[in-house]
Structures are given as C-alpha cells and as structure tokens.
Design a binder for this molecule. Structure first.
Ligand code: GDP
Ligand code: ZN
Length: 291
C-alpha cells in the first residue's frame, strides 16, 4: 500500500501524487457502493496495479471540504476583492470571511485593481486594510497586471482556493501565478468556453511550493450551513471577547453587559463589522427551514 494525495480528477480517474511520482488511479468499487466520492485534496492509500497505475483503497478523514470546487483538506482561501469595477464591498467581503471561517479554512484577503484607482479611493482602501489587519487578517493590495512575486510566500506549503465575486480578477490572478494555465478572463469572453462541453475537471496546480485549486470557489454565498450560535465565532474580534460577556451563550445582540457591544461603542470593533454581524444574524434567524 502506498500513500499519496489526489491532485487531479478527470474522467473517472484520480491522479495521486506520491513523492515526485503521479499515479493514475481508479477508486475501489466499495467507494461507489458506499457513495463515497474521492476528492481532489484527499490523502489516500492506494495499491499499485501497473507501473504508474493503481486503485485507491482508503481515504483519510477530511479536515474540510468544499462543494465548488470539489476539494478536500483546504488550508486557506484567498478572498479576492477589487478596489473598483466592481466596487469594494466590505459587506460582501465579510460574507466570504464568515463562510470561510465556518469551514475552518484560513482566510487571506487580496484587493485587486489597485493600479487604476484615484488617490481618494486608495486612501479609503488603505483604511479598510488597516481595519482588517487589526482583526488579524493578512491583507495585500495588488494588481494582477503587475509583478506578483511578493505573493509567493502566501502560497508555499499550503493548499489554497481563490474566492471572490465575478469580475474581481480571479482568473487573471491564477494566470499571473501560473502563466501556463491560460484561463479565460473577461477580456477573452469567458462565456464562450462555458456550456454543456465543460468537463468536471479540478486540479491542484503547483504555485510557489504550494498547491492552488485551478477553479475559483464559493459560488453559493448563502448561510444555510451556518447555525446562529456559531456566527459570532466567525468574527475573530468577537470570538476573542465573548468570554467577557456577562451571560454565557451571549449572542451579542439584545443582551446587557455584552463585551462585544462595549468594544463597538469604544471603537475597538469597527461598527460596520458589527452591523454586518447583525444583518447576517437576522438572515440566519429568518431563513426558511431546509426540510
Ligand atoms: P474573474 O471574473 O474574477 O475571474 O475576473 P477576470 O480575471 O476575468 O477579470 C475581470 C476584468 O478585470 C478583466 O477585464 C481583467 O483584465 C480585469 N482585471 C483583473 N485584475 C485587474 C487588476 O489588478 N487591474 C486592472 N486594471 N484590471 C484587472
Ligand atoms: Zn456578548
């Protein structure tokens, strides 16, 4: 039995990397019977049947998994926002942050299109950068049209996915990190390549000693998987203060003597972050039951 990690899934085959070698594998029939789907990112054991070929026999328990792109054991997600076109939206950024935090994936924030903005907007974005850094997040202001070597250290030794709304530059970023990818960007009309011929192909590509999913993630931005009780834990600055709330299980909403609300009043927690918390709170509270 040999150990490895699935780095690519294509047409029923799983490509398992073990050391420097890559084996073309199929899953054992038992997976199909149990409806277990090996995923890109899975740590597996496999039996070598022929040189370079094998059968996956076991899958290690996953740390986490995403549905789109279908990838397991992700370490970090780069949330790409743009400073302009589309406008920078802290509300949308916070939505991504909550979704990523809830999956135990480490978020990193990149803000693109810094090459085309006015001085005023630049100041505005730098202010947000400070706010998010104060929470403990890493925030890089970038242009996908320029040298990106300084981003290498973010990717090394990690498995990353790139997330962000349409048009922020995800394909441009992936292309800049890995020029051989040749992903279509908005300039080369992505829609042409879409449609029924799209194969379900996911691959982890090597970028600066790390692995990055070649398909951007998080298409669904609803909070259906998030419970009200865990929402505050997806805000690090609230998570670290909850011990100081008077009531155990404080939801930092209507409760008195709430350390979170006090920190908002004292300006230690950005008021827009707290407002976003309340708006997500209402969204989760009022969501329709799923079954
Ligand atoms: P995606 O939908 O997130 O994959 O975005 P694309 O990579 O397709 O980029 C959308 C548009 O923004 C394209 O016209 C890109 O050329 C442009 N773009 C992406 N990143 C930058 C950037 O950093 N600066 C500038 N000026 N344009 C960018
Ligand atoms: Zn509280």
């Amino acid at each position: 039995m040999t150990k490895g990690r699935i780095i690519k899934a294509l047409s029923g085959f799983y490509y398992v990397k073990s050391g420097v070698d890559i084996y073309q594998c199929r899953g054992r029939g038992v997976f199909r019977k149990k409806k277990i789907n090996p995923l890109v990112g899975d740590f597996v054991t496999f039996d070598i049947s022929n040189p370079g070929e094998g059968y996956i026999s076991t899958i290690e328990t996953r740390k986490n998994e995403l549905i789109r792109p279908p990838i397991a054991n992700i370490d970090q997600a780069v949330i790409l926002s743009s400073a302009t076109m589309p406008d920078f939206s802290p509300l949308l950024l916070d939505r991504f942050l909550v979704l990523i935090e809830s999956k135990d994936i480490e978020p990193i924030i990149f803000i693109s299109k810094m090459d085309v903005i006015s001085e005023d907007l630049n100041k505005n974005i730098e202010k947000y950068q400070q706010d998010y850094k104060a929470i403990g997040y890493q925030v890089e202001l970038i242009s996908t049209k320029k040298e990106l070597n300084h981003l290498d250290s973010y990717f090394s030794d990690h498995v990353s996915v790139i997330a962000g709304q349409s048009g922020v530059g995800k394909s441009s970023l992936l292309n800049a990190l890995k020029p051989s990818l040749l992903l279509k960007t908005d300039d080369i009309s992505k829609s042409l390549g879409r449609g029924k011929h799209t194969t379900r192909h996911v691959e982890l590509i090597e970028v600066s000693n790390g692995l990055v999913a070649d398909t951007p993630g998080f298409s669904s931005l609803d909070f259906n998987e998030i419970e009200l009780e865990e929402l505050a834990d997806c805000f690090p600055e609230m998570r670290e203060r909850k011990e100081n709330c008077k009531f155990r299980g404080c939801m930092h909403n209507k409760e008195p003597k709430c350390a979170v609300k006090q920190a908002v009043e004292e300006g230690e927690i950005a008021s827009y972050r707290y407002e976003h918390y309340l708006s997500f709170y209402t969204e989760i509270q009022t969501r329709k039951p799923r079954y």
